[in-house]
Design a protein around this ligand. Structure first.
Ligand SMILES: Nc1nc2c(c(=O)[nH]1)N[C@H]1C(S)=C(S)[C@@H](COP(=O)(O)O)O[C@H]1N2
Ligand SMILES: [Mo]
Length: 175
């Protein structure tokens, strides 16, 4: 954990680096939400704890020109989200799931939770946010998946918005 850090860079007044302990000193919030994977499993009423994106945002100054965020994670994973989508009361840098620390498989030490977008946007093993003027495709978004990925408008694939009723989504056994 001593080597782990979290970087803030791009369209910010001053780039910043946070240690895990520094992030843990920020207010801790619990969020209950449903999550939706693009491959059609959902899990309902999940509970996460961590730091709200909007609380982290108070720790540095974003340039007015910043409109998108590239979420950077270990193992070269990245995913893009509009900044406006990250400002809500349910957007979390999560360290805990159901009261226990995240397991390595599910994103330890920290993952993003963005409930209203497909779960590929909820990057595991996050390491930084890059603020951007313009949108740029992340890993899945460069590989045929939707640039925005609204789970309720069923934006799965690039350019697509299929209309599949919610009751046809399947529930995944979360291990
Ligand atoms: N870093 C990283 N985050 C990721 C992924 C990934 O491959 N790498 N997969 C995404 C997808 S498609 C899903 S459905 C969820 C799965 O989260 P889980 O393993 O906790 O169920 O993580 C998302 N976050
Ligand atoms: Mo997924």
């Amino acid at each position: 954990m001593s080597k782990w850090d979290f970087r803030i860079f791009g369209e910010v007044e001053k780039a910043a680096v946070f240690s895990f302990d520094e992030l843990m000193k920020l207010p801790q919030t619990t969020v209950r939400c449903d999550i939706h994977c693009v491959t059609r499993w959902s899990k309902f009423d999940t509970e996460w704890r961590g730091v709200l994106f909007k609380d982290l945002l108070k720790e540095f100054e974003v340039k007015p020109s910043a409109r998108y965020v590239m979420v950077h994670a270990d193992h070269d994973y990245e995913t893009n989200v509009p900044l406006a989508d990250l400002l809500g009361d349910d957007i979390l840098l999560a360290t805990h799931y159901n009261g226990a620390s995240l397991t390595p498989k599910h994103g330890y030490p920290m993952r993003l939770i963005v409930p209203h977008l497909y779960f590929w946007k909820s990057a595991k093993w996050i390491r930084g946010f890059e603020f951007m003027n313009e949108d740029r495709a992340g890993f899945w978004e460069s590989n045929g998946f939707h640039l925005y990925g609204d789970a309720f408008r069923e934006q799965r694939f690039s350019g697509e918005a299929l209309d599949i009723p919610e009751d046809e989504w399947v529930h995944k056994d979360f291990d």
